[in-house]
Design a protein around this ligand. Structure first.
Ligand code: ITT
Length: 181
């Protein structure tokens, strides 16, 4: 079985390849731009993205819309995470958090999977903290500033370990439960 991972982000693909390796599902990086509708809802982005991809005649794929929701910033950057990452970056987020005591944040990941004509949409979450300065050079995106326990960041732990607790790893667990049904 082979599934296309439709994304522009190779970091996501690496995590899916690791998660599905033991299940014998091959995850193939597939680049196909699709519209990410402007909405405050990750699931809506995924549902509309899936409709568009299926209209283009592509089947057996997954897409993933994710974001970092910072408590003290009232959920920013949230659904605008990709834009925030490209513009202000991790340093910009740290600047917004200077002197802020409440460091709580949540990563969310919505996965849409089209498989054998079935549509499965699941959401995974991971709570943690925005640390004071960037730490680690693994992972991607916000990994160097997000720590699930306030100690090591996602950029400092191996991919396998990140997958056991991350928003994407938690969404994958739900997806696998659905696939088994
Ligand atoms: P797509 O082509 O799949 O949309 P993208 O990187 O633009 O790739 P999103 O639209 O889902 O992805 O944007 C989410 C942003 O949050 C993006 O900047 C990611 O780098 C970041 N992000 C998502 N998951 C992350 C993770 O596990 N660790 C760190 N940053 C993450």
């Amino acid at each position: 079985m082979k599934l296309k991972v439709i994304t522009s982000n190779p970091g996501k693909v690496a995590e899916y390849q690791r998660s599905f390796a033991d299940l014998g599902i091959e995850m193939e990086h597939y680049r196909l731009p699709y519209d990410e509708v402007q909405t405050s809802d990750l699931e809506e982005v995924v549902q509309k993205g899936m409709d568009e991809i299926i209209r283009k005649g592509v089947r057996d794929f997954i897409i993933d819309d994710s974001g970092l929701f910072v408590d003290a910033l009232k959920g920013f950057p949230g659904v605008w995470s990709a834009y925030a990452q490209k513009t202000i970056g991790n340093q910009g987020i740290l600047k917004l958090m200077e002197g802020v005591e409440d460091r709580g944040a949540e990563f969310r990941c919505c996965i849409g999977c089209d498989i054998d004509g079935r549509r499965i949409v699941v959401m995974g979450r991971c709570r943690g903290f925005i640390i004071e300065k960037e730490q680690g050079d693994g992972g991607f995106g916000f990994d160097p500033i997000f720590s699930p326990d306030g100690k090591l960041t996602f950029a400092e732990i191996p991919i396998e370990e990140k997958n056991t607790m991350s928003h994407r790893g938690n969404a994958v667990k739900l997806l696998i439960e659905e696939l088994k049904k």
